[in-house]
Design a protein around this ligand. Sequence first.
Ligand SMILES: Cc1cc2nc3c(=O)[nH]c(=O)nc-3n(C[C@H](O)[C@H](O)[C@H](O)COP(=O)(O)OP(=O)(O)OC[C@H]3O[C@@H](n4cnc5c(N)ncnc54)[C@H](O)[C@@H]3O)c2cc1C
Length: 430
Amino acid sequence: MSKSAISSRFPLGLAPEESSGSEFAPESGDDAYWSDSDVDEQTRRQSQLSRQQQQQQHQPQPQQNDRQHIRQQQNISIEQSQPPGITVSISALISIHNHSRMHMGWRRAVAGAGAPSRRAASTLVVGETTADGRVAASTLSAVGAAVQLGFPVTLLVLGGSDAGDAAAAKVHSVAHVLASPSKSLLPETVAPLVAAAVQTLKFSHVVAAASPLNKNWLPRAAALLDVEPVSDVIAINAPDSFVRPIYAGNAIATVKSADKIKLLTIRSTSFSPVDASSGSATSVAAPASEATPGSKWISEEVVKSDRPELGAAKVVIAGGRGMKNGENFKLLYDLADKVDGAVGASRAAVDAGFVGNDLQIGQTGKIVAPELYVAVGISGAIQHLAGMKDSKVIVSINKDADAPIFQVSDFGLVGDLFKIVPELTEKIKK
Ligand SMILES: Cc1cc2nc3c(=O)[nH]c(=O)nc-3n(C[C@H](O)[C@H](O)[C@H](O)COP(=O)(O)OP(=O)(O)OC[C@H]3O[C@@H](n4cnc5c(N)ncnc54)[C@H](O)[C@@H]3O)c2cc1C
């Protein structure tokens, strides 16, 4: 087949690849593949390397002396009733900790599922922009995850802005940018758009960060495409095998999907972001799609802030119910300003109206993994830990020496936060 014949059949210019011997190698009769120029040797090596790094990162690490603990390991086999497209195996490490940081390790256990479907492979990443028009850090991590799949990456940045499309074209490892035709971020618009793109351009994988926006449209797109989405992926074993936490992070499941199209949300703290400025993708028009009726996009008001984005900040200072009221959060903002950090909160602080719910960290809030996490007046409920336990260094300030947060902390300060926090801020000033 000539290249021009291929181009007319494949809107992204994706041409059949030589047989690679992989599970996802095209078979005759499949009707959308990628060309050697789309997936060159470098991309393959990069994807393999980043998968290896990812797997190493998720292997249980030897404990340091100051974090020694008694660990009792128990493998749990759970047979769950699952939808036909998905097989799950779960293994958990149950640990008894001796006032040291909890080790949320996992053992890899690949499910004995049937052969994956053989389908042409290319990945659509659905992304977001920040208030100032940059590609969101979580989207750069989603592209990082897509690279691990090893297929050519197309990026669709939602929001329909020229600036967003231009920024998307510069993202490293992106071969094509699908120009978003609509400013609407409503799931009623986005889900049909993604479904139409998958059906028309024959994507085998769709990857998006597990953000509130993406969690809204992705299940609808899955329903339109009649596939099972796999959410909150923290590692990619293979193009059809994904690792995700369950039971608020207390167990880790390996999910093998037999669906022809894999729809994934990824935990952005688990994947390294790609560079935002060294790419040179070409632009492609999105296929026509029709929004489902019911709601109408009118406008959006975005709060602009000079502070780092909570999900991407290197330092997070989080306050809980112990802060007593919203005004007292000024103590945390003062400290955060000293260290170029973001401010977060527990759900109890959000529910009490101290701060907005965009600051909530935890199982039902944002997942963060900064270099430094400072928990102020937070008890350490399991649902809160689910959102911050992967932070590199955890410091806790609590007046109750028995607060569970100290079990996951590298450093603990027992005392009154209203005394300790201003003192800390003052000392950093010097
Ligand atoms: C389905 C479900 C989902 C949930 N999702 C989330 C979630 O996403 N995120 C989340 O955070 N929670 C979540 N929760 C709620 C969670 O269970 C806890 O209720 C919540 O995390 C408690 O918040 P807290 O630690 O701020 O409050 P508390 O548990 O009340 O702790 C307050 C702490 O402040 C300390 N303190 C008080 N005064 C001072 C002082 N002057 N100086 C120093 N320390 C002081 C106290 O000793 C105490 O340890 C969820 C719960 C459920 C059931």
